[in-house]
Design a protein around this ligand. Structure first.
Ligand code: NAD
Ligand code: UFG
Length: 342
């Protein structure tokens, strides 16, 4: 297949490119490097031992994107590009709506203009919001609590309407739970800009000595040990889910939303303990107040992913933590040379 990958230089995109290339697909990455580095793509080429085409551009640039579609002529799109920081989306909602929603509309327009009818979209479990019941299945009510989450839900709606309006159009909306981990080689991984918002990269930076201690956001939740519980999924499993989704597109009717998680959840303190085991380092922490907008527990019902795509997660917490440690210890400052980073 010829696959155009928006946001392919980012964390999840780069990990998906490796098995995509190894499976023999022809790939073009379209990315503006807003939150990523071309170095990730250089390492993907080495890991896959294959070349891939790259166009540096913004998904809102209709002219450039249209030219890219016209020359590459993709059979399908995997759409990762977008902004994803929940906290930042509260202070910059227009930026989130402009990049995520306007960018996705431009992408769909280019697909339509160039006869491309298949898309796999990076959605998020954050579209569910406060749980009525757990695990969340795909019929759970959708009540996102942030501009970021609302942008994901709006894009889901736009893509669904687009498939309804176009006979033959197919879309899979992958609702990721909490992606963590790295490629087992330690060559590619998650490289957040500045202070990490998410738990796993923060823990990894504490373990390597870049940060003093983890601040645990609350220990008074109704969970096993009072700290927040999440369904962490290894990015390698998540990468495979994208290949399964591509393979499933011609078997579905219109548009399907599918949870991508493990069906298991771990608390913050369980993650700290697992990381200490995997790295042999200690991860000091202190307990702080709850983070506004956090829910106590999130967990995926994964039956639909199994039934529709024949996919299920295979890797557990220990593999997630040791891969993250491999990446962090081999690349203490991510993709940038050490002198240039905080
Ligand atoms: P990331 O920030 O590492 O990657 C996003 C990529 O998109 C980057 O390479 C960035 O440069 C590119 N990009 C951003 N805006 C762009 C634009 N306007 N035009 C072209 N390229 C642009 O993030 P990630 O963790 O790899 O996430 C990928 C997708 O998965 C995102 O859509 C995100 O919302 C979604 N998602 C991520 C998580 C998570 O926890 N990582 C959870 C659920 C959903
Ligand atoms: N946490 C801490 N300290 C930190 C960071 C996080 O205690 O420094 C806790 C949080 O309170 C939460 C858990 O660790 O209980 C996980 O937090 P993350 O920020 O890593 O992840 P979230 O579940 O809040 O959100 C993530 C992504 C969203 C995505 C969502 C989907 O950031 O984009 O998963 O489930 F939508």
């Amino acid at each position: 297949m010829r696959v155009l990958v928006t946001g392919g230089a980012g964390y999840i995109g780069s990990h998906t490119l490796v098995p995509l290339l190894r499976a023999g697909h022809e790939v073009l990455v379209y990315d503006n490097y807003a939150t990523s580095s071309p170095e990730a793509l250089a390492r993907v080429r080495q890991l896959a031992n294959r070349d891939l085409a790259v166009v540096e551009g913004d998904i809102r640039d209709l002219a450039l994107l249209d030219r890219t579609f016209a020359s590459f002529r993709p059979d399908a799109v995997i759409h990762f590009a977008g902004l994803k920081a929940v906290g930042e989306s509260h202070s910059q909602p227009l930026e989130y709506y402009a990049q995520n929603i306007a960018g996705s509309i431009t992408l769909l327009q280019c697909m339509a203009q160039n006869g491309c009818t298949q898309i796999v979209f990076s959605s998020s479990a954050t579209v569910y919001g406060e749980p009525d019941y757990l695990p969340y299945d795909e019929h759970h009510p959708l009540r996102p609590q942030s501009p970021y989450g609302r942008s994901k839900l709006m894009i889901e709606t736009i893509i669904r309407d687009w498939t309804s309006a176009n006979a033959g159009a197919r879309a899979i909306l992958l609702r990721y739970f909490n992606p963590v981990g790295a490629h087992p080689s330690g060559r590619i991984g998650e490289d957040p800009l500045g202070t990490p918002n998410n738990l796993m990269p923060y823990i990894a930076q504490v373990a390597i000595g870049r940060r003093e201690a983890l601040l645990v956001h609350g220990d008074d939740y109704d969970t096993r040990d009072g700290t927040g519980e999440r369904d962490y999924i290894h990015v390698e499993d998540l990468a495979r889910a994208h290949l399964a989704a591509l393979d499933s597109l011609d078997r579905i009717d219109g548009c399907e939303a599918i949870n991508v998680g493990t069906g298991q959840s771990a608390t913050v303190l369980e993650m700290v303990a697992a990381f200490e085991r995997a790295s042999g380092r200690s991860v000091p922490y202190r307990i702080g107040p709850r983070r506004p907008g956090d829910v106590a527990r999130m967990c995926a019902d994964v039956a639909k992913a199994r039934a529709l795509m024949g996919w299920q997660a295979e890797l557990g917490l220990d593999a997630m933590c040791s891969a993250t440690w491999q990446w962090q210890s081999r690349n203490p400052t991510g993709y940038a040379p050490e002198v240039e980073r905080d």
